[in-house]
Design a protein around this ligand. Structure first.
Ligand code: FAD
Length: 277
C-alpha cells in the first residue's frame, strides 16, 4: 500500500531535529533506517504527519570505546555486527538479511520497542543504558526502565535516542541463540547469556529473553539458580529449566505459548553452553 501523505524534513543538527520534532507535535516521527516505520506506514498502521529524518545529523553513528562502549543511535546493524562488541555484535549479525542490516539502526530498534527484535533483550541483559536528548536536555535511561510495554518505551515523543552505553565486558563470556524457521526470519525466541566465571564458579550471570512477553525480559529465576554454582553441565541444565519462569509469551502463527517456553529452556541451555566455550 502507499503511505498516507506526510511532510518531510532532514535537519542538519541534533538541535534542529529536536525542534522539528517538538514543533511537529504528537504526529511527528523520527526516521532512522525506516525498516520498522516505513512498513507500518505502508500498511497504514502508522500515519505520521511529519517525518524528521536523522540521517544528516552528524555524530550519531559510530562506536567509541573508553572503558565501556558507546554506540551511536544511527549505527547500522551491519556496523554493530562488525565492531567486535561481543554479544551485541553476535546478535546484530543475526538480524534479518544484509539489506535490512545495512539500513536498520540500533537506536531505531530500541526506540521501536518490539520484544521480538534482537537488540532490546541484549541491552537489557548486558545492563546497558539508553541516552536520550529532548528540549529539556539529556537523560540516561537504564535498559530495565526503558521497555514499558509492547512497542512502548520510556521515551517522550520529543526525545531523540543519541547513543547506547554498554558497560565494560572484560571477564564476561557470552552466548547468543536464536530460533527461527528460516534463517534471516525474526526470532521465534532468542536467548542472550552473559557469564562471569571465577575459579570454576559462576560468579555472576545475566540472561535476556527475546519474544517471551510484551517486552524483552530477564530470566531471573534461571540467573538465581546458576549464580554461585559450579559452572558445569549439570548446573547449566538445571538453571536453564527455569528460563521460562514468570514469562507470558504471546502465541502467534509460528508457535504456541508452550512451545515458546520450551524453546526458551532449550536456547537458554545452549546459550549458557556457548558461554562456557
Ligand atoms: C524484512 C525485515 C526483517 C526484519 N528482521 C528483524 C530481525 O530479525 N531482528 C530484528 O531485531 N529486527 C528486524 N527487523 C527490524 C529492523 O532491525 C529495523 O531496522 C529496526 O527495528 C528499526 O530500526 P530503524 O533504524 O529501521 O528504525 P525506523 O524504522 O526508522 O524507526 C523505528 C521507530 O523508532 C523511532 N526512532 C528511530 N530512531 C530513533 C531515535 N534515534 N530516537 C528516537 N526514536 C527513534 C522512529 O520514529 C520509529 O517510531 C526487520 C525488518 C524488516 C523490514
Amino acid at each position: 500500500m502507499i503511505p498516507a501523505e506526510f511532510d518531510y524534513v532532514a535537519p542538519a543538527s541534533l538541535d534542529e531535529a529536536i525542534t522539528a520534532l517538538t514543533d511537529g507535535g504528537e504526529d511527528a516521527k523520527l526516521l532512522a533506517g525506516g525498516h520498522s516505520l516505513l512498513p507500518l506506514m505502508k500498511l497504514r498502521l502508522a500515519a505520521p504527519s511529519l517525518l524528521v529524518d536523522l540521517r544528516r545529523v552528524p555524530d550519531l553513528a559510530g562506536v567509541q570505546r573508553n572503558g565501556g562502549v558507546r554506540i551511536g543511535a544511527m549505527t547500522t546493524h551491519t556496523a554493530v555486527a562488525g565492531a567486535d562488541l561481543g554479544v551485541v555484535s553476535a546478535a546484530a549479525a543475526t538480524i534479518a538479511d544484509q539489506q535490512v542490516r545495512n539500513r536498520g539502526t540500533i537506536g531505531g530498534s530500541l526506540a521501536h520497542g518490539d520484544p521480538a527484535s534482537d537488540l532490546p533483550a541484549v541491552v537489557l541483559a548486558a545492563e546497558g543504558t539508553i541516552v536520550a536528548r529532548g528540549p529539556g536536555g539529556e537523560r540516561e535511561i537504564a535498559g530495565a526502565d526503558f521497555f514499558r510495554d509492547y512497542l512502548e518505551t520510556a521515551l517522550a515523543p520529543d526525545e531523540v535516542v543519541t547513543e547506547v552505553r554498554m558497560p565494560e565486558s572484560e571477564g564476561w563470556s557470552f552466548g547468543y541463540r536464536k530460533f527461527n524457521r528460516r534463517q534471516e526470519d525474526w526470532a521465534m525466541v532468542a536467548v542472550c547469556a552473559l557469564v562471569r566465571v571465577q575459579d570454576g564458579t559462576c560468579a555472576d550471570v545475566r540472561i535476556g529473553l527475546t519474544n517471551m512477553g510484551g517486552t524483552p525480559l530477564r530470566a531471573s529465576a534461571a540467573e538465581d539458580a546458576l549464580r554461585g554454582q559450579p559452572f558445569e553441565a549439570s548446573a547449566i541444565t538445571a538453571a536453564a529449566e527455569q528460563a521460562a519462569e514468570g514469562t507470558s509469551p504471546p502465541a502467534d502463527l509460528n508457535a504456541s505459548a508452550d512451545y515458546k517456553r520450551h524453546l526458551a529452556r532449550v536456547l537458554c541451555r545452549r546459550a549458557l553452553e556457548q558461554a562456557a566455550g
